[in-house]
Design a protein around this ligand. Structure first.
Ligand code: UD1
Length: 338
């Protein structure tokens, strides 16, 4: 089966391409290289011994999207990652975020609607929950007003897909709400490649340990949590990637119970910032230079997944630990700086 992965050279997308190829799917990647490098293709090929087809297309160009689907009429599934993801930047450039994250989604769904049968997996985020009233967070937790245009595009994206599936008997879809993806492929052939100063915790940790950054700032130690730092659900990107293949197979086999389903994709376990630092030090033997600073605006106190639905309905659960993820992130950081 031929599957389109948009944003397939990005951090999560590239790991999903690997898992798809490992399972025998034929993959076509679309990426406009706005936040990814062509070398990622070599990394994917080194792991799987198979080079996926690649097309450099900007999905905001509707005629190009139409032409692409005309050329690849045998595509039956799409896993859609292509989007911008920097929360702070989205506040500065809302129109760019609404354009990047919503127009391609519309154009792809319009093409899929024309098909006799099609499957769609959407890259969503636990950010849709905001600060949930109850932990762990189930899929039934209400969406809070989004904190940023980025978060809003994920909420609106889900609504667009839901409304479209209602009137498209040949289209079924799953949105996966990721918690905090971290780590890299165990071979260190692919991993996260943040441009500029990393905003996320783990790339900042590994860049500090390798000497690219002088010091990690821990944002706040006065939260109502076990050690005062924020709690998140850090999931190994390889476990996360496998969830996409499982979700796609669910749609292919018509095992979905409604045309549009959502699943939390996390470990179910919350870790504080200080626990992540301690785990990193334990697995790498590196001492991390960090200091406690003021809270970062917009951070929720705690978020971790209730994974019951993913386990029972999807038949998926994580296999790798926080330490596995941190070890792989460190191996990757060492490789790209060598
Ligand atoms: C962030 C985004 C979220 C997005 C996700 C995508 C914000 C506020 N949230 O989630 O919307 O879906 O990335 O990956 O940007 N931390 C430090 N020092 C650092 C960096 C982070 O202490 O230098 C702390 C944060 O305060 C937080 C935790 O580490 O408690 C995780 O932060 P991060 O990796 O940025 O993820 P989120 O904030 O959960």
């Amino acid at each position: 089966m031929k599957i389109l992965v948009t944003g397939g050279l990005g951090y999560i997308g590239s790991h999903v391409v690997v898992e798809l190829q490992n399972e025998g799917f034929e993959v076509v990647i679309i990426d406009n290289l706005s936040n990814a490098s062509l070398e990622v293709l070599d990394g994917i090929t080194a792991i799987t011994n198979k080079q996926p087809t690649f097309e450099n297309i900007d999905l905001r160009d509707k005629p190009l999207v139409t032409a692409f689907f005309k050329k690849h009429q045998d595509i039956t599934g799409v896993i859609h990652f292509a989007a911008s993801k920097a929360v702070g930047e989205s506040v500065e450039l809302p129109l760019l975020y609404y354009e990047n994250n919503l127009n391609p989604l519309l154009y792809i769904l319009q093409e899929l609607q024309k098909k006799a049968g099609a499957h769609f997996i959407f890259s969503s985020s636990c950010t849709v929950y905001g600060q949930a009233d109850e932990l762990p967070i189930t899929e039934n937790a209400p969406m809070k007003p989004a904190e940023s245009p980025y978060g809003n595009t994920k909420q609106i994206g889900e609504e667009i897909i839901k409304d479209t599936c209602k009137v498209s008997p040949n289209l079924n879809a799953i949105a996966l709400r990721y918690f905090n993806p971290i780590g890299a492929h165990e071979t260190a052939n692919i991993g996260e490649l943040p441009t500029g100063t990393p905003q996320n915790l783990v790339p900042f940790i590994t860049q500090t340990a390798i000497g690219l950054r002088q010091q990690l700032s821990v944002f706040g130690k006065d939260y109502p949590t076990k050690d005062g730092t924020c709690i998140r659900d850090y999931i190994h990107v390889v476990d996360l990637a496998k969830a996409h293949v499982t979700a796609l197979k669910r749609l292919i086999k018509n095992k979905n119970t409604t045309p549009f389903e959502v699943f939390n994709i996390g470990t179910g376990k919350g870790s504080s910032v200080l626990e992540v630092i301690a785990a990193f030090e334990a697995v790498t033997g590196e001492k991390l230079n960090y200091k406690i600073v003021a809270r970062r605006q917009g951070d929720v106190i705690a978020a971790y997944a209730d994974t019951t639905k993913a386990k029972n309905s999807l038949g998926w659960e994580t296999k790798l630990s926080l330490k596995d993820a941190l070890r792989s992130a460190w191996k990757w950081e060492q490789k790209i700086r060598s």
